[in-house]
Design a protein around this ligand. Structure first.
Ligand code: XMP
Length: 525
């Protein structure tokens, strides 16, 4: 019997907190399905989603300002447990008759929460005992406002030195509020608190596991697709690779993958992808070698955004040309994942999905009229990775650094020429190889080389050379929105530089990019 992985559900109201996605990931890690909704969710949407519990997230807003976001009153009558976090606790307090005020002491960072009385959310969950034998939690706080009066029938469960109402509860209704952030790892018992809420208070069972998600998805895809044919643009990135393997398991040879080699991939990458998917996994793959077509279209083009557009458009043209040759195809699969949907600010519960730009094959000829299927659209990246692992994708594909859709098109600065791509391929493979040898590859978030179309002088032997420049870039980041350059060891940089200058004829100088984001983006273009 295949488990219904959506049987238990937590609804998360996102008030715009930087940590809202983190709450969702924690609940999923606990093994329960959840979705993020914006605070203007309607009663009808809540009834339709039919959650076992609701979490109200934090927010950069202040509850005491006019027009601050609040939730539909129905939430408090739905008869399910509620956990309000930071702003979520404050808005719940206000909406149920309590009060919030600006605190004269802003709490930001670690705090000690002293548990004054027992409650189901916290029983036996604590870090240490105080000198009075009170259980103490080490938590992460980040707030200006604080609750100053709690609604009727709520009680104070715990306090910090600055904040009397650090944890509040109405146990009869199963409403809980925590002023700190249980979703961040700085709150040591955070996951235990979220687990207690989800599994014990909301009575959910953990059936959101990658093994069960695969079983469920395969069954779902089989039923949806039946005996129809389906096509997928395979890029070799993790999302399209996992989509391909999942569909392969569900409908086997009814799936045709179209792989376009644009000449802007990493060294030998296209051959590796074809070998792996056609030989190891026995997939139907149409391999289109289109290097010349891309290079021709990029000739004389210097503007990065224009280059991106051209690369994207030619990809769609080629994909269409191939798709139209496939007779009787009814479905188009895409590797859209949950953050793509969240970032498009469109919840899967309402309007149509916006598709990630480099997956966007939305310009299909009208006569094809394909139905869209997105098997990963409910999954976070780490869940996709876990699924990829279960489906047999090798470690080096699963944990490879991100690679931009336009590839070397935005790493050869200015006009893209074959000669420049060839030099960049070689330099990049040396840098990446040395990172692996030095055991540094998986310690940095992204590393690559950039081709600078400027010539500089060098002297090799007795010859004066006037050759090109390569920049190395290595960054550390959590979310790719901000990033720091990595302090790579000098010996390592020296070795990479020597190898590139000696082995790549045409490169006379290597520099290391020491710019952080912001302001400097990760890619140079
Ligand atoms: P930036 O350069 O914006 O990069 O700091 C952030 C992350 O996004 C990747 N990136 C792209 N990915 N198409 C993509 O699919 C693109 O046009 C693109 N531009 C940047 C970049 O490699 C980094 O991981």
């Amino acid at each position: 019997m295949i488990a219904n992985v959506h049987e238990y559900k937590i609804l998360i109201i996102n008030f715009g907190s930087q940590y809202a996605q983190l709450i969702a990931r924690r609940i999923r890690e606990i093994g329960v399905y959840c979705e993020l909704f914006s605070s203007n969710i309607s009663e009808e949407q809540i009834r339709k989603f039919n959650p076992n519990g609701i979490i109200l997230s934090g927010s950069p807003e202040s509850t005491i300002k006019q027009n601050s976001p609040y939730v539909v009153e129905y939430i408090f009558q739905a008869g399910v447990p509620i956990l309000g976090i930071c702003y979520g606790m404050q808005i719940m307090s206000i909406q149920l008759g309590g009060q919030v005020e600006i605190s004269n002491k802003r709490e930001f960072g670690y705090a000690k929460v002293y548990i004054k009385q027992s409650c189901k959310l916290l029983n036996n969950i604590y870090d240490t005992l105080s000198s009075n034998n009170e259980p103490v939690l080490n938590v992460w706080m980040s707030h200006n406002d604080k609750v100053t009066s709690i609604p009727n029938n709520f009680k104070i469960i715990a306090s910090t030195d600055n904040c009397q109402f650090a944890i509040i509860a109405n146990e009869k209704k199963r409403f809980y509020g925590v002023q700190f952030h249980p979703e961040v790892t700085h709150t040591y018992q955070g996951v235990n608190i979220l687990r207690r809420f989800t599994l014990n208070i909301c009575c959910c069972k953990s059936n959101w596991t990658s093994e069960k998600i695969i079983e469920y998805s395969v069954q779902y895809l089989k039923t949806q697709i039946g005996s129809d044919k389906i096509i997928l643009a395979l890029s070799g990135g993790i999302d399209s690779s996992v989509t391909a393997l999942l569909l392969n398991r569900a409908v086997g040879k009814q799936l045709t993958c179209i792989f376009v080699n644009n000449g802007l991939l990493r060294l030998n990458e296209s051959q590796q992808i074809i070998n792996m998917f056609s030989k190891k996994f026995n997939l139907n793959i149409i391999h289109v070698s289109a290097q010349d077509r891309f290079l021709k279209a990029l000739s004389g083009i210097y503007d990065p955004e224009l280059k991106r557009k051209i690369i994207g458009n030619i990809f769609i043209e080629i994909f269409n040309e191939q798709a139209i040759k496939q007779t009787q195809v009814k479905w188009l699969a895409q590797g859209t994942i949950y953050p793509d949907i969240i970032e498009s600010a469109i919840s899967s519960s309402n309007k149509a999905h916006i598709i990630k730009s480099h997956h966007n094959v939305g310009g299909l000829p009208i006569k094809m009229k394909l139905k869209l299927i997105e098997p990963l659209k409910e999954l976070f990246k780490d869940e996709v990775r876990q699924m990829g692992h279960e489906l047999g994708l090798p470690y080096d594909i699963l944990y490879r650094h991100p690679f931009p859709g336009p590839g070397l098109g935005v790493r050869v600065l200015g006009e893209v020429k074959k000669e420049y791509c060839d030099l960049l391929h070689k330099a990049d493979s040396i840098f990446i190889e040395e990172l692996h040898i030095a055991n540094l590859y998986y310690k940095v978030s992204q590393a690559f080389t950039v081709f600078l179309p400027i010539q500089t002088v060098s002297v090799m032997g007795d010859n004066r050379k006037y050759d090109w420049v390569i920049s190395l870039r290595a960054i550390e980041t959590i979310d790719f929105m901000t990033a720091n350059w990595v302090y790579l060891p000098y010996d390592f940089l020296n070795k990479v530089s020597n190898r590139i200058i000696n082995e790549v004829k045409g490169i006379s100088r290597v520099v290391y990019d020491i710019s952080n984001k912001p302001p400097s983006t990760i890619e140079w273009e």
